[in-house]
Unconditional design. Structure first.
Length: 617
């Protein structure tokens, strides 16, 4: 355990500061235990306190209606109204969004009044294109105020937004828009990242029949036509695709009002926000973090949210630190993979900036290793800021685990369930046993809803004392630099290469990215050794074209066959084990072509490193 005196001291200070605007008093562990116990016994009482933070057109009778089995039943309001209009009315001049672009001098400030005008403008464009309540609208945009405003514009008119990460390929974009029945797509022509121009509009397949709305020249206007569509407990806010065990990504549907209650409350309590906070989250609106904790939660509370569309290492690896200094950021939320990559650069790049405005640090997306935690705590936080290691998922909408009782902190231990959420570990898997407002409503094209009794997270976990430590995914999901990708998605893309007969992809640890993809590939006919470079390139290109450049396998081994069971199932456990250097091979008796194991054992030690191979020629 890593316990620092200074964090204990600072934690006390933090606790006092938190009392400033909060009713929950975090003096000691017992307070957490008590508030938690009551929140499970009577979730209604707990959530009703935070239902009051929402500006209602009609107030719901209770937080959870047992009969209707619905959160906020009877309540009427609108998510955009809560995130924009009510602040534009009261604190119109306050900065809602600070944007930093790719170049260091690119900066914009958008006040709540201006954000409202921008949202109304986009909403009226959507309406003029015939978009109505419940229509699905794609958003394929980089990190700009317009992208955030596009999400809010959909929320305003009751349309369901579907953000597709701007790094996803044309195929991935098309799949998401088609399977969710999207009516229109908001995009811009191009943007710059890391000094390079990225031509986004070119990625929209020309044979694809969808109403493309280009927002290159959006102006502020006050068009009364784009009025607010009031939402009830049954209405939806967005669909966001993520990877599961099946071959194709799944479209996760979230409600409007219960989701808003969950993200607003977790944000308020876990980060201990104050009205004057300047908050900077380095995620992207293409991921759930960018939905919940760049857009909705900070704007709901009327804070200033900083967004950045550049690369953290361009022109130098101090962009985050520079932005924190310049904007006096008080809460900074990033991913372990970003910390690890910035940790490699000279400490001076951090130390030359005044980061004393920081009060709370957060991480999300993957387990944080000790060395990254220590560096974040000492070098970035100057041993003064608690680190909120937050565990959650696209499906949970908002944070589930955090060091909520953090009188002391252990690197890599996310800690305690949020109030009103009952977690458990069953057969090594983290599960959620009760209803909470953040949980997704459905997987759109599969027409499935979450299991009533138990939500299985797919993550392995263990108790460390009474805290929960996350071990990582138990299913066929790979977490590469905090990006969640399915092994089956990789395999589909690899199998599209005409020389490939079949493939199996497994996750292996990677110092920088957390995990990376290791591919076993069987070819239709044997190749000469010097022909491999061509095939490797084809494989890498196919994953890039079908998924996106974030999804390239790093290692490939060409093998004559894959281990299979009598029914023809690939024995993935064995492949996972071998790629991870495993010696104790499981379930060998079920493999019918056991002669292949010997070959696998040898070839697995000599994989082709794709980035090297792709550099050739
Ligand atoms: C998966 C969810 C939550 C927003 C970003 C990712 C892993 C997430 C942590 C953490 C260990 C974590 C889990 C989870 N994960 N946060 N603090 N410690 N693992 O959302 O794309 O839906 O991925 O990310 O494996 O299941 P996502």
């Amino acid at each position: 355990m890593f316990v620092s005196d200074s964090i204990l001291l600072q934690r006390d200070k933090f606790l006092i500061l938190m009392n400033f605007e909060h009713e929950i008093v975090w003096e000691n562990a017992q307070v957490y235990e008590e508030v938690y116990k009551n929140s499970i016994k009577d979730p209604n009482e707990f959530w009703m306190r935070y239902v009051k933070d929402i500006a209602w057109k009609r107030v719901p009778n209770s937080a959870y209606d047992n009969e209707k089995k619905e959160w906020l039943f009877g309540g009427v309001t609108n998510v955009c109204y809560n995130c924009v209009d009510r602040h534009a009315a009261k604190t119109s001049e306050k900065t809602a969004i600070i944007w930093h672009g790719d170049e260091e001098n690119e900066r914009r400030e958008i006040s709540y009044a201006e954000l409202q005008q921008m949202v109304i403008q986009i909403a009226s464009i959507l309406k003029s294109h015939g978009i109505k309540k419940n229509d699905v609208v794609g958003i394929y945009m980089p990190m700009t105020p317009e992208a955030v405003a596009s999400m809010l514009a959909c929320a305003r008119i009751g349309a369901i937004h579907l953000v597709v990460f701007a790094g996803f390929s044309p195929e991935a974009l098309k799949y998401r828009l088609t399977t969710s029945n999207a009516k229109a797509l908001l995009t811009i022509t191009s943007f710059r990242r890391g000094g390079k121009e990225i031509k986004l509009a070119k990625n929209i397949p020309s044979d694809f029949d969808i109403d493309v709305i280009n927002l290159d020249n959006i102006s502020f206007s006050n068009n009364a036509e784009a009025g607010i569509e009031w939402q009830t407990s049954e209405d939806n806010l967005f669909i966001l695709y993520t990877s599961g065990s099946s071959g194709t990504p799944k479209g996760v549907l979230h409600s409007a009002l219960p989701y808003m209650l969950y993200v607003a409350t977790t944000f308020k309590v876990i980060f201990g926000i104050r009205r004057d906070d300047v908050y900077f989250c380095t995620s992207d609106i293409g991921w759930i973090t960018g939905h919940s904790y760049i857009t909705y939660a900070p704007l709901f509370h009327g804070l200033t949210t900083v967004i950045f569309s550049g690369s953290p290492t361009y022109p130098q690896a101090d962009r985050y630190w520079k932005i924190i200094e310049q904007e006096k950021v008080s809460i900074f939320y990033t991913a372990p993979t970003a910390i690890r990559s910035l940790q490699m650069f000279n400490k001076k790049l951090v130390k030359k900036h005044d980061l004393s405005s920081l009060r709370v640090l957060g991480t999300v997306g993957e387990p944080i290793n000790k060395s990254a935690w220590k560096w974040y705590f000492e070098t970035v936080g100057n041993k003064k800021c608690p680190i909120m290691d937050t565990w959650w998922q696209t499906e949970t909408g908002g944070i589930i685990l955090a060091p909520l009782r953090n009188l002391e902190q252990t690197p890599g231990v996310a800690g305690k369930p949020f109030f009103g959420v009952e977690t458990d570990i069953i057969d090594g898997e983290l599960v959620i046993k009760n209803k909470f407002p953040g949980l997704y409503k459905a997987i759109v094209h599969e027409h499935t809803t979450p299991d009533d009794a138990l939500y299985k997270t797919g993550d392995g976990a263990v108790y460390q004392g009474t805290d929960v430590k996350i071990k990582g995914r138990m299913d066929d999901v790979i977490n590469i630099s905090g990006h969640r990708l399915g092994t089956a998605e990789f395999e589909c893309a690899i199998n599209k290469v005409s020389e490939v007969k079949e493939s199996a992809v497994v996750a292996i640890p990677d110092e920088l990215k957390g995990q990376t993809a290791f591919a076993y590939v069987v070819l239709t006919s044997p190749l000469e050794r010097n022909d491999f470079a061509e095939i490797v390139k084809k494989i890498v290109n196919s994953t890039r074209n079908n998924i996106g450049s974030i999804a390239k396998p790093d290692y490939i081994v060409f093998v004559p066959d894959l281990p299979k069971t009598r029914s023809g199932k690939i024995v993935r456990k064995l492949l996972r084990n071998l790629a991870n250097g495993g010696e104790n091979l499981p379930e060998l008796h079920s493999v019918i072509n056991s002669e292949v194991i010997k070959i696998l054992k040898v070839s697995v030690k000599n994989p082709i490193f794709c980035p090297d191979m792709c550099k050739l020629k």
